[in-house]
Design a protein around this ligand. Structure first.
Ligand SMILES: CC(=O)c1csc(NC(=O)C2C[NH2+]C2)n1
Length: 130
């Protein structure tokens, strides 16, 4: 019955759908799983807070997100990490930077257009009290 739990459950359902839509877009495949430190040994020496869409899906299931803003903060982290790790003028680095910015803009737009703004306000109110 607890309406706060109903609200947070609805948020988790919405955020799982967001994760799925982002992870299913082939443009974002390099952001779908943690960077393999075997293949890319210097990654964790440069990037202190790795993040990826599979980890975000697990965080949804572990009730780590109390509002969409917390979810977008992790999307922002994925994007910033990619910009930091791929600064070069090479086409490979430019392509990854472009896709990181596309991921960020697509996630913000999806949430802005598909999420009721006072639903997010309600989630943030609940988060404040906890
Ligand atoms: C997730 C992420 O940002 C990532 C995975 S591999 C990679 N970059 C490269 O493999 C090289 C292209 N210049 C370095 N960036």
């Amino acid at each position: 019955y607890d309406t706060e739990e109903h609200t947070l459950r609805e948020l988790r359902i919405f955020l799982r759908d967001m994760c799925k839509k982002l992870a299913n877009n082939r443009l974002f495949f390099m952001f779908t799983k943690p960077v393999d430190t075997e293949e890319v040994p210097d990654y964790t020496t440069i990037i202190k807070k790795p993040m990826d869409l599979e980890t975000m899906m697990m965080k949804v299931d572990f009730h780590k997100y109390e509002c969409a803003r917390d979810f977008l903060n992790d999307i922002e982290l994925i994007c910033q990490n990619a910009l930091e790790y791929n600064p070069a003028r090479t086409s490979a680095d430019k392509q990854i930077r472009h896709r990181a910015c596309s991921l960020r803009d697509y996630a913000y737009t999806l949430i802005k257009t598909e999420m009721d703004s006072d639903f997010e306000d309600k989630c943030q109110e609940i988060a404040k009290k906890r």
